[in-house]
Design a protein around this ligand. Structure first.
Ligand code: HEC
Ligand code: HEC
Length: 335
């Protein structure tokens, strides 16, 4: 635990300083803190939902039902799968696989994303952004035969599909994390970011312009951005039969069968949040094709207009960006 965090928790509004003198919140900003940067910070005293108990009585009941549904295999057609089968609570609500499996079978979908902080984002949800609300997203895994495959009759036993999806959406709010060192830095705790993390922040913001796509307090996209995907194993299998064939823009004359071996395909993909990456991978990328975040970053941004993103990265730059991402944007564990 960093010192600023202990301070914020135990003393409320008082600032800290080892490297910096005692500061209060409205003190002069730390170096590099501009209004544009400040727009990415979460408030240090953010009233967030950390457990069902923090909600009103009615919502708390819904939240507890949602929590039970999340791990209940009874909701699935054959009693074998729950949300927690893929979004494993002890693993950051993800499965750690490149491609998801259910009932021991590879399913036609990209990598399982972590659900940490998912309720903090306004969406759109799914890698291709096809769901505009969190509750609306939940109907997909509930009904998809490859996932839970629930039927109306089954859901009726738990109050119906609408009620089950609402309860799950309320529960997902409790997976929200608190502030990170970056937020403390913006709030005036100038010692909260180490020099490497500050250099990384500068690269993310100014040099590499990551925030063109990774926006707002969650550093997450508000819409899908075009990305090229090359040589994805079994892409043909994925593309032909799933909803993904609809948003793939194949090069002229190209067929899905060719994509997996030599070609590439352009897909709209929602820029994922940059917070709490320690809970999100490896593997990295929509199809889990990169084992390290370093490998992911040097190949990130495949469209011609994204060339500045791929421009040469020195080892030092990579190290600084990773320090900012993994340390500067990592929330302390829930209190
Ligand atoms: C078989 C594994 C599996 C199961 C079971 C499953 N999910 Fe998922 N979940 C995924 C995958 C894979 C994606 C990404 C799919 C995509 O983008 O097309 C995903 C995406 C999501 C997202 C969107 C996250 C984002 O950042 O866009 C939410 C929310 C979600 N799942 C919640 C649930 C809930 C609630 C359940 C239970 C009703 C559930 N999932 C069951 C694998 C699974
Ligand atoms: C042109 C838009 C764009 C820019 C600019 C951009 N990203 Fe992304 N980013 C995306 C998209 C889209 C994804 C979803 C990943 C995918 O499709 O494989 C993503 C995903 C990520 C992820 C999550 C990877 C994962 O597997 O969970 C990280 C980390 C990331 N970007 C870091 C960065 C950094 C650091 C920069 C600046 C150096 C940056 N991005 C610039 C669009 C962008």
């Amino acid at each position: 635990m960093r010192l600023w965090h202990a301070f914020v928790i135990s003393r409320g509004l008082v600032g800290l300083g080892l490297a910096s003198p005692l500061v209060a919140f409205a003190t002069p900003p730390c170096p590099g803190v501009t209004p544009a940067l400040a727009a990415h910070a979460r408030p240090l005293h953010d009233p967030r939902v950390q457990s069902c108990d923090h909600l009103s009585a009615e919502e708390a009941a819904s939240c507890r039902r949602g929590k039970a549904h999340f791990s209940s295999r009874v909701l699935s057609a054959d009693g074998q799968v729950s949300c927690a089968s893929c979004h494993v609570p002890v693993s950051g609500f993800r499965d750690g696989l490149a491609r998801p499996r259910a009932r021991g079978v590879l399913i036609k979908a990209p990598r399982t994303p972590s659900l940490i902080d998912v309720a903090r984002t306004k969406g759109p949800f799914f890698w291709n952004g096809r769901a505009t609300s969190l509750k609306g997203q939940i109907f997909w895994p509930l009904y998809a035969t490859q996932e839970l495959g629930a039927t109306e009759a089954l859901l009726a036993r738990f109050g119906g599909a609408q009620a089950v999806a609402s309860d799950l959406a309320v529960f997902l709010q409790t997976l929200s994390t608190g502030p990170a060192p970056f937020d403390a830095y913006v709030a005036g705790h100038c010692g909260a970011l180490a020099p490497a993390e500050r250099r990384g922040l500068e690269l993310v913001l100014q040099t590499k312009k990551c925030t063109q796509c990774h926006k707002g307090t969650e550093f997450r996209g508000e819409k899908a951005e075009p990305m090229n995907y090359v040589n994805i194993p079994d892409f043909a299998f994925l593309g032909q039969e799933s909803s993904y064939s609809a948003d793939a823009q194949l090069a002229e004359g190209q067929t899905f069968a060719e994509v997996g071996t030599a070609g590439y395909v352009t897909l709209g993909s929602v820029p994922q949040t940059l917070r709490n990456l320690h809970l999100r991978g490896p593997p990295w990328g929509r199809y889990g094709s990169k084992a390290s975040l370093e490998d992911f970053l040097v190949s990130h941004g495949s469209q011609p207009q994204q060339s500045e993103l791929r421009a040469f990265w020195s080892r030092g730059e990579i190290a600084d960006v990773l320090a900012f991402l993994f340390v500067g944007l990592r929330s302390e564990e829930k209190e």
